[in-house]
Design a protein around this ligand. Structure first.
Ligand code: CP
Length: 278
């Protein structure tokens, strides 16, 4: 199922198969990549977009309209809804009212499934497989919705996952679900064994206590010295935006794939939109 989606994403041209279809992009939380990526994917397939990048301030959410009602309403105007919201579970709540497919573009600290799909698509394109690899998830594994979704999707493949985080930002037990993983806090100890270095940002916006954020911010900085310790054929991915967890000097390293992921993301989302709309 996942591999057939990736094969479709790899081969899909930009013909107008979604002509006449409308995608509504409802963003209650800021985004650069995800919203534009979905919109570009829809437009490249001949579809149309209705979009609000600032739902919390400019939609009827300000008048206490419920997510359920919003889903009821928007699904009578659009064929698919793409939604981001700062609260975990919010996308599922809107989907209860919707009569059309709703795609989660990130709900709080919970999940960001299409980012994880494009991360796995990137690995598959760059390494040729998702099996037999050693994949390090690095950074804020507690609040980071991307590592949560990556971890969940990777259970479909036979690769070893190494969880690398400060003690206070470990992957929650509810997501681990008893899966046996190596958990360490020192990236330099394991980087030489990794085929994929999946970096992530410490999620400042999810911390109640700013001093706790300051304590763990900057825990990992992937720089040229660390990259010298990494395998010659390792790849580095990151959902972006970055703060300071990848030094600029790494950008020119051919193993750095985080900007290549932008194009992979549009391809993956084209395939995803096609799969839910046709
Ligand atoms: N990767 C990602 O979700 O980026 P944005 O927050 O810019 O959409």
């Amino acid at each position: 199922m996942l591999i057939s989606l990736f094969e479709e994403a790899k081969s899909l041209s930009s013909d107008s198969v979604l002509n006449g279809k409308i995608m509504a992009a409802l963003f209650f939380e800021p985004s650069t990549r995800t919203r534009f990526s979905f919109e570009a994917a829809m437009l490249r397939l001949g579809g149309s977009v209705i979009s609000n990048a600032d739902m919390l301030k400019t939609s009827s959410a300000t008048k206490k309209e419920t997510l359920y009602d919003t889903g009821k309403v928007i699904s009578q105007m659009a064929d698919v809804i793409v939604m981001r919201h700062p609260e975990a579970g919010s996308v599922a709540e809107l989907a209860k009212g919707s009569s059309v497919p709703v795609i989660n573009a990130g709900d709080g600290a919970n999940e960001h499934p299409t980012q994880a799909l494009m991360d796995l698509f990137t690995i598959w394109m760059e390494k040729g497989t998702l099996d037999g690899l050693k994949i390090g998830l690095v950074g804020d594994l507690k609040y980071g919705r991307v590592p949560h979704s990556q971890f969940d999707l990777l259970k479909h493949f036979d690769s070893e996952i190494v969880l690398i985080s400060p003690e206070s930002l470990k992957m929650p037990e509810g997501i681990l679900e008893g899966r046996d993983c190596v958990e360490v806090d020192n990236l330099s100890e394991v980087i030489g064994d990794l085929d994929v270095i999946a970096m992530s940002r410490v999620q400042k916006e999810r911390f109640d206590d700013e001093s706790e954020y300051e304590r763990v911010a900057g825990s990992y900085v992937l720089n040229g010295a660390l990259m010298e310790m990494a395998k010659s054929d390792a790849i580095v991915i990151h959902p972006l935006p970055r703060v300071d967890e990848i030094a600029l000097e790494v950008d020119s390293d051919p193993r750095a794939k985080y900007f290549d992921q932008v194009a992979y993301g549009v391809s993956l989302r084209k395939a995803l939109l096609k799969s839910v709309l046709l």
